[in-house]
Ligand binder design. Structure first.
Ligand SMILES: NC(=O)C1=CN([C@@H]2O[C@H](COP(=O)(O)OP(=O)(O)OC[C@H]3O[C@@H](n4cnc5c(N)ncnc54)[C@H](OP(=O)(O)O)[C@@H]3O)[C@@H](O)[C@H]2O)C=CC1
Ligand SMILES: Nc1nc(=O)c2c([nH]1)NC[C@@H]1CN(c3ccc(C(=O)N[C@@H](CCC(=O)O)C(=O)O)cc3)C=[N+]21
Length: 296
């Protein structure tokens, strides 16, 4: 039997970042505007520090300005809200991302709602959530949008396909379902209370795994030839004491059944960062009422 096509998120995201870099260059040359992204990290979680460093590097690479704010783990909520109010007003900042999860003393929903929806490049503010659901001009959450770009690139038109999204979080599962509805898929959202998950997954032409459980989705749950987008990022221990990243799908099994699959790492992860830059560019252009290339 032939093995699944490996969907290369590193390659696709590099292409997207190139297109973004050209637009950023053009904005600078023609309008003297440089898009700026502010990233706020509260605390010293090592995984979050790695993401924030990677985001900074990629932001600078495409010619944007990067403002990183690192706050101590015991920062009071009102201090973070004051910082956000300042970033909302700062004309050099077009996008704001507050790295999640936040420490206990801070109400994440309150923080998300404090961000100006026009600068909410995560797409988590209720205004953007509502616009995505009702068809307006939203900023779209990066991970689902990146996943959709990979699906469209691989499958072309998605209309009429059966899609199963495993996971219903606000940051991945729910917005992914909204995007797939918009693409005219028939969408099922599964979660921890779903009965007979293997049977639900077996119906899908498109499987989106966003659970956070290493290798939970097994090869024999998949319809032969289906397309699998593995959003999961799980760090697991190797026998020798080192660690590695794995997805929510048992890759070695799935690759024998699926038609195409995203690897972890090198699949959805790099797309998330490229889409964050895309959203920053889109937010900047909208703030200045400038039209952008439709391909973005
Ligand atoms: N590649 C990337 O850029 C990103 C990757 N991620 C990764 O994606 C994964 C999911 O993240 P996130 O959405 O934030 O996670 P959450 O923990 O917020 O949500 C997990 C979802 O999975 C569901 N779930 C848990 N256990 C089961 C089960 N046994 N069967 C079916 N469903 C189950 C939960 O159901 P219920 O609602 O019933 O509890 C919940 O809806 C994680 O591995 C995370 O690291 C996240 C963001 C970006
Ligand atoms: N406000 C907010 N917005 C986010 O978008 C957000 C967040 N908080 N908190 C954490 C999650 C997770 N996330 C990832 C981004 C990139 C990779 C990524 O680039 N992964 C690489 C591997 C990186 C490595 O090797 O460690 C890959 O999959 O190839 C992964 C995960 C964004 N998140």
């Amino acid at each position: 039997m032939t093995e699944a096509t490996i969907i290369d998120g590193n390659r696709f995201s590099a292409g997207l970042r190139d297109r973004i870099a050209s637009e950023v260059h053009a904005l600078r040359e023609t309008r003297h505007i440089t898009p700026g992204l502010a990233v706020v990290l509260v605390g010293e979680d090592p995984a979050s520090q790695v993401y924030v460093r990677t985001k900074h590097k990629r932001t600078v690479e495409v010619g944007m300005e990067s403002f990183v704010h690192t706050l101590p783990v015991d920062t009071p909520e009102d201090e973070l809200l004051t910082l956000i109010a300042g970033l909302n007003k700062d004309p050099a900042v077009h996008g704001i991302l507050v790295q999640l999860p936040l420490p206990r003393q801070i109400d994440a929903q309150k923080v998300i709602e404090a961000i100006d929806p026009a600068k909410d490049v995560d797409g988590f503010h209720p205004v953007n959530v509502g616009r995505l659901a009702s068809g307006g001009e939203a900023l779209i959450p990066c991970t689902p949008f990146g996943s959709l770009l990979l699906l469209r690139d691989h499958l072309g038109d998605l209309s009429g396909l059966d899609a199963v999204v495993v996971g219903r979080s606000n940051i991945v599962g729910k917005p992914m379902a909204q995007l797939l509805i918009r693409e005219s898929c028939t969408v099922t959202v599964a979660h921890s209370r779903t009965r007979d998950l293997p049977d639900v997954v077996r119906r899908a032409d498109i499987v989106i795994a966003a659970v956070g459980k290493p290798g939970m989705i097994r090869g024999d749950w998949l319809k032969p030839g289906c397309t699998v987008i593995d959003v999961g990022i799980n760090r697991v221990a190797n026998p020798d004491g080192t660690s590695r990243l794995v997805g929510d799908v048992a890759f070695d099994e799935a690759v024998k059944v699926a038609g195409a699959i995203t690897p972890v790492p090198g699949g959805v992860g790099p797309m998330t960062i490229a889409c964050l830059l895309r959203n920053t560019l889109v937010a900047c252009a909208r703030q200045h009422r400038i039209a952008l290339d439709k391909s973005l």
